[in-house]
Design a protein around this ligand. Structure first.
Ligand SMILES: Nc1ncnc2c1ncn2[C@@H]1O[C@H](COP(=O)(O)OP(=O)(O)OP(=O)(O)O)[C@@H](O)[C@H]1O
Length: 787
């Protein structure tokens, strides 16, 4: 243990800006010491969501009786990493996992965070006999004719988030010793020669799938997209659904489709079964097992005298015991009045007292905060204070990590701090809560809250409020420490508070707009969406609202069947209203597809492309440069101008962004999305020919063209409009709620007859974001479908 360093600037107080924080009496209770020898005792119940029930015990016992066959494990790849892999708790279970899947189609695998599920399971399986590509004959739908098709050969591992899918793919390709090259997001292969590799990934607007890929990490949404093209998932032998406890809408839908495939007649796969592995550290085992069980089995299994049924279960359950490194967990002795203050105290105490590294490697810090605003606020304070530290105290490099950041910026947090004598501090939302290993991190600080989206169908409104996390989240957050060496987790709440937390968060499908989910079902030919198998069906009212909205968008006909427009909408990896705008823009009435794509690319690139200006000085500095982008019509036309001017820039685009305080990475990402959306539009016949390559001279959109663009957006967003009232407030056209124009909008503080807003969020106030000025008459026409 290195010598404890004393904090040298100001004894037991922190001075940050005009804030003075006392370190006195901080964390009086010393956490218990735990053995550091693996396998250590679990610091949390391995399945905190549910105690291992009698039923699971039965299943566990049955696993022990599964006949074991001795096979040579497929090893290879990076020899250094092989040693680390061999020390993972899951390594000793590989024969059992292979044995189970040789006989069964569905495996529910539960193991502690960091036990090796995500990285090892696909590597255990890809060489199995059942995992090889086979040629089979299948009947063409609606015709008697048979055709020969390939089935299987690949394993898909789904992740709830892009950052997890891409970082896991990088890690596994490194372990396997095959570089992750291949088709990059710009569609080109790196290095000229056709790349070969074992591992690939596919996330929205970024794909890297080398030739010969057998293991593919992808987001749940991407696999849903693939299901539309290939309803039998023929290219896969197995689907591994990772982190199912997150229960996103996409994973619930995916589970429904997988259930249909595994319980169906398999004719579409030439009789070859699809293996499904469901994984998590904190899943509700009973619920998932029941859901994936074949019909009727559920009752048989719970019947008092059902030994036969139990041995015939179609879903196997396996629990991986132990974790590689222990994680010490400590709670605050009493409730903390100011979370931010406590967070800063904890971070600086760790930074000034704990060594920069030890024999296991770096000792970096990962802190969980509620959202972007809190992260940016904390980053400013930490950097400000870090600048005042004495020269013998290590430097600090802060990395923010939240969903709205560009992928590139997110990946920075996974790199070591470049400067010497520097500690990395990652400030993250729950984007880093599951699945990921942030290299170097040994300490986790958990504020105990996260921002949760809540959709209220009756109001048609979404709110984003900070709420206490669930026990499952707390366990997952702690699990981000102790991945490369023993770790520590500091919960900024008491043990009593932890005990009162809910076991799990309610599934997203019960608290979010189901518009996209219903469209996906309809596009996959599900006529009766209410009968679709879902672990937790949403309220009928939400489904009805979504059906009506889809009808309004022209995606469904009067009978509720998907229309040609609806079919085309799902081809674009954007939400249904944006997809509708793209289709409308291609219509001869509007003919503004390139403009619509430019705007949508800016909006979907991540965080706002315009950096927030915090001081009057900063505002004055960029005012002139930004002025040339501002459009009186509002934010959408401003985005359009920004993209057109950026693309026209011939010299130094990064300098162009800096001069306007714009987010360089997001602009680069926007350009990439624009290219992909243009490519899709070309492929699906919405564009007759490829647009001329950049840079093109900039020409501002004249007012009549701007009007067309806005009318075109109204085709997707008529529901998100509000009228100016005599008292100068805006009231929504549907629902009659008062909304305020967000301060970040070009139209903030202005009075327009009517506004259209693409986003609507309730934080301290009911805010309209991405706002444009429209005419009340256009809104009325949009509702009547007569625009
Ligand atoms: N990017 C990485 N860099 C360094 N080590 C890594 C990386 N990814 C994984 N590891 C190592 O592999 C171990 C197993 O990771 P893996 O993601 O397979 O575990 P898991 O059981 O899926 O965990 P979780 O349930 O938390 O997702 C980690 O604890 C860590 O030691």
């Amino acid at each position: 243990m290195a010598k404890k360093r004393k904090h040298e600037t100001g004894g037991n107080v922190l001075k940050i800006g005009n804030k003075t924080i006392s370190l006195e009496g901080y964390l009086t209770k010393k956490p218990k010491k735990e053995s550091e020898n693996p396998p250590p005792p679990p610091t949390e119940s391995p399945t905190p969501v549910e105690e291992t029930s009698a039923e699971n015990q039965k299943l566990l016992k049955r696993n022990d009786e599964t006949p074991r066959k001795t096979r040579k494990p497929p090893v290879g790849g990076d020899p250094q990493l092989l040693k680390i892999r061999q020390a993972l708790p899951i390594w000793g279970y590989q024969e059992k996992i292979r044995g189970i899947l040789e006989e069964k189609d569905v495996l529910l695998l539960v193991g502690e965070t960091g036990s090796g599920k995500s990285t090892q399971v696909p590597q255990f399986l890809f060489q199995e006999k059942w995992c090889q590509k086979r040629k089979v004959k299948v009947k063409q739908p609606g015709m008697g004719k048979e055709e020969e098709v390939n089935v299987g050969g690949m394993i898909a591992i789904t992740q709830p988030r892009r950052v997890a899918a891409t970082t896991l793919a990088h890690r596994v390709s490194k372990e396997a010793g095959t570089p992750l090259t291949g088709q990059s997001s710009d569609g080109k292969s790196k290095g000229g020669s056709p790349p070969k590799g074992l591992v690939g990934y596919s996330v929205r607007f970024d794909h890297r799938v080398p030739q010969g890929t057998r293991i593919k990490f992808l987001t749940e949404g991407m696999l849903l997209q693939e299901l539309l093209r290939d309803p039998h998932l023929r290219q896969y032998s197995a689907i591994v659904v990772d982190e199912i406890h997150e229960r996103s809408v996409d994973v619930d839908l995916l589970s429904g489709f997988l259930k249909q495939i595994i319980t169906g007649d398999k004719a579409g796969r030439g009789g070859i079964p699809l293996k499904v592995v469901i994984m998590s550290a904190t899943a509700n085992i009973e619920k998932i097992r029941k859901f994936f069980s074949v019909e009727g089995e559920e009752q048989a299994q719970t019947a008092p005298s059902g030994p036969k049924a139990s041995s015939e279960s179609s879903v196997e359950f396996l629990q991986i015991e132990g974790r590689q490194f222990p994680v010490e967990i400590s709670h605050t002795p009493k409730p903390v009045p100011d979370i931010q203050e406590e967070l800063l105290k904890t971070i600086f105490r760790l930074h000034t007292e704990e060594p920069l590294q030890d024999k296991h490697g770096k000792n970096d810090i990962l802190a969980f905060l509620t959202g972007q605003e809190e992260i940016e606020g904390a980053q400013r304070l930490i950097e400000e204070y870090a600048g005042t530290l004495a020269s013998n105290v290590p430097k600090i490099k802060v990395f923010p990590l939240f969903g709205q950041l560009s992928i590139e910026a997110q990946h920075d947090a996974f790199q070591p701090a470049k400067a010497p004598f520097t500690r990395k501090i990652v400030l993250a939302t729950n984007i880093a809560e599951t699945s990921v290993t942030v290299p170097g991190v040994r300490y986790v600080v958990d504020c105990g809250k996260s921002k949760v989206k809540q959709y209220r169908a009756r109001l048609g409104m979404e709110s984003l409020l900070a709420k206490p996390i669930s026990k499952s989240s707390a366990v997952q957050r702690a699990g981000r420490a102790g991945r490369e060496g023993p770790g520590k987790c500091f919960r900024l709440y008491t043990e009593e508070t932890y005990d009162t937390l809910q076991q799990t968060d309610p599934p997203e499908i019960l608290r979010t707009d189901v518009l996209g989910a219903i469209l996906t079902m309809k596009a996959r030919g599900i006529e009766d969406v209410l009968a679709f198998p879902l672990m937790d069906p949403p309220e009928v009212e939400s489904v009805e609202k979504a059906l009506i909205h889809l009808h309004m968008l022209g995606a469904l006909d009067n009978h509720g069947n998907i229309t040609e427009t609806g079919r085309k909408m799902v081809l674009f990896p954007v939400t249904a209203p944006y997809a509708r705008v793209i289709l409308a823009a291609a219509d001869l009435r509007y003919s503004c597809l390139l403009e619509a794509i430019d705007i949508i690319a800016c909006i979907t690139a991540g965080d706002d492309i315009f950096l927030q200006l915090r001081s009057e000085e900063a505002r004055e500095e960029v005012e002139e440069a930004r002025k040339e982008l501002w459009r009186r019509e509002g934010d959408l036309l401003t985005y359009l101008t920004a993209m057109q001017r950026y693309a026209a820039e011939n010299a130094d685009r990064a300098a162009w962004c800096r001069a306007r305080k714009m987010n360089t990475r997001n602009m680069r990402q926007a350009l990439n999305i624009r290219k992909q959306l243009r490519g899709l539009a070309l492929r699906h016949g919405l564009l007759a020919e490829a647009p001329p390559a950049d840079p093109q001279p900039f020409a501002p959109a004249p007012p009549d063209r701007a009007e067309l663009v806005l009318k075109c957006f109204l085709r997707g967003f008529a529901l998100k409009t509000a009228m100016l009232m005599p008292d100068s407030s805006y009231v929504t056209a549907v629902g009659k709620h008062v909304v305020a124009v967000h301060p970040a909008s070009v139209l903030h503080g202005q009075k327009k007859e009517a506004i259209m807003f693409l986003e609507h969020v309730y934080t301290q106030k009911n805010y309209a974001k991405k706002v444009s000025a429209v005419q009340a008459e256009w809104v009325a026409q949009a509702f009547e479908g007569g625009l």
